[in-house]
Structures are given as structure tokens and as C-alpha cells.
Ligand binder design. Structure first.
Ligand SMILES: N[C@@H](CCC(=O)N[C@@H](CS)C(=O)NCC(=O)O)C(=O)O
Length: 214
């Protein structure tokens, strides 16, 4: 059976939620961490960089990268008559707008968390960590201010239609909350998060990963 590998609460929660929204027959499995049994096989057969998400198809082929997996799942959903559930129909302007925001979340917002989670990758001087984390926090909050302005105008970020872009922004909001960032100023964003967490597919995916709603 097609299997999606995840780390609890990581960016792999995006295709996980997407698969549940589309009702796809996808099993989910926690990827082995560096000290876990099965790690060498995971690196060898699934994800050489040890990252998630990774989608292993029935025939053993692997797709990595959130955007590629979401696009593939959306196409499967379309073929099954579920066009537009998490992504406007491929080839439309609305699709391009949703992809624009999904791409923003994946390639602008997501990497900003790197120095916050792992300052040791950016300096060997431990005394610099608070400064690195502080600067990264400011950058995250600047980007949240940007999307919050959009959510003040409408419920969902692309075409006012629920999409995988909202899901990805939600996943980064979870990280920011976990890291103790002050999210109080972002009421539009908080309203989207509350609406998204009430969706049955989101409730299912969180339960399957064993992570709480926020
Ligand atoms: N560009 C990749 C990013 C994947 C990624 O950074 N995954 C993180 C989790 S959010 C990961 O697996 N990190 C494990 C590690 O760095 O050890 C994508 O969109 O799939």
C-alpha cells in the first residue's frame, strides 16, 4: 500500500492532512530517527537525506518534497472526482494562486525556522545562539504579519478557498507556538488555524500522528 513517512508534527503533516482530505488510500508510518532500528534501510531505500515527507508507492517508487507529493495527491484526487478539495483544478489561475502560497510556505516560511530549531548549524559559538534564535524569530514573525494581513481580509489565503497552502501555514504556526513565539498579534491567522483544526481530516491526521491540536 502507498505509504507516507512522517515525523510527528513535522512538515510531513501537510501531505498527511491532504491525503485525509482527499480520502486517499495512504498508510502513514513514523520514519526512523537516527538512533532507531530501520534507519539505514530508510536512508538507503526511501530518503537518502533522512528527511520527511517521503511517499512510497505500491511499486516501491519514492516521491520526496512536499510540493511534489501534494501535487501528485491532488492529481489522484482529481482522477477520483475530488477536484478542488485541497487544490484548485490543475491548469487554472486559481491553481497557480494556491501554488504561489504553498510555495511561499515551503520555500520562504519553512526555512526561516532552521536557525530557531538548530542554531548549532549556523554557528559553533554557543554564546551566539540566543542572537541567532532572536533574529530567526523576528523573521518568522515578519512573515506571519504578512500572511496575517491576508487572513484579515478573507478566511483562506488563496482565492478564499481552503487549500494545501493554508495547511502548510498552519503547520508552521504550530512550530512557532511550540517555540514560544508571541502570536497574540495575529488574529486573522489564529482564526484560520481554529477553523482548520475543526476539519475532520485535520483531526484524523493529528490523531494518527499522536500530536495534539494547538
Ligand atoms: N524541502 C523539503 C523539506 C523537508 C524537510 O525539511 N523535512 C524536515 C521536517 S519538517 C526533516 O525531515 N528534517 C529532518 C532533519 O533535518 O533531520 C520538502 O518540502 O519536503
Amino acid at each position: 500500500m502507498t505509504t507516507l513517512y512522517f515525523y510527528p508534527g513535522a512538515c510531513s503533516l501537510v501531505p498527511h492532512i491532504v491525503s485525509r482530505e482527499l480520502g486517499l488510500a495512504v498508510a502513514v508510518k513514523a520514519a526512523p530517527r537516527p538512533d532507531d532500528a530501520g534507519r539505514a534501510e530508510y536512508l538507503d531505500k526511501v530518503s537518502p537525506l533522512g528527511k520527511v515527507p517521503a511517499l512510497v508507492l505500491d511499486d516501491g517508487q519514492v516521491i520526496t518534497q512536499n510540493l511534489a507529493i501534494v501535487e501528485y495527491m491532488a492529481a489522484l484526487g482529481e482522477a477520483a472526482g475530488n477536484a478542488g478539495v485541497v487544490y484548485p483544478k490543475l491548469g487554472t489561475l486559481e491553481h497557480a494562486q494556491a501554488l504561489r502560497w504553498l510555495s511561499f510556505a515551503n520555500s520562504d516560511l519553512h526555512p526561516t525556522f532552521g536557525p530557531l530549531f538548530r542554531p548549532q548549524r549556523f554557528s559553533s559559538d554557543e554564546s551566539a545562539y540566543p542572537m541567532i534564535k532572536g533574529l530567526a524569530s523576528e523573521q518568522v514573525l515578519d512573515l506571519f504579519a504578512h500572511v496575517n494581513g491576508e487572513y484579515n481580509e478573507r478566511s483562506w489565503i488563496a482565492n478564499d478557498q481552503y487549500s494545501a497552502a493554508d495547511v502548510y501555514i498552519y503547520v508552521t504556526y504550530r512550530w512557532a507556538k511550540m517555540m514560544g513565539l508571541d502570536l497574540a498579534p495575529y488574529a486573522g491567522l489564529a482564526k484560520m488555524v481554529a477553523a482548520l483544526q475543526a476539519r475532520p481530516a485535520v483531526i484524523t491526521a493529528l490523531a494518527e500522528q499522536g500530536v495534539p491540536a494547538i
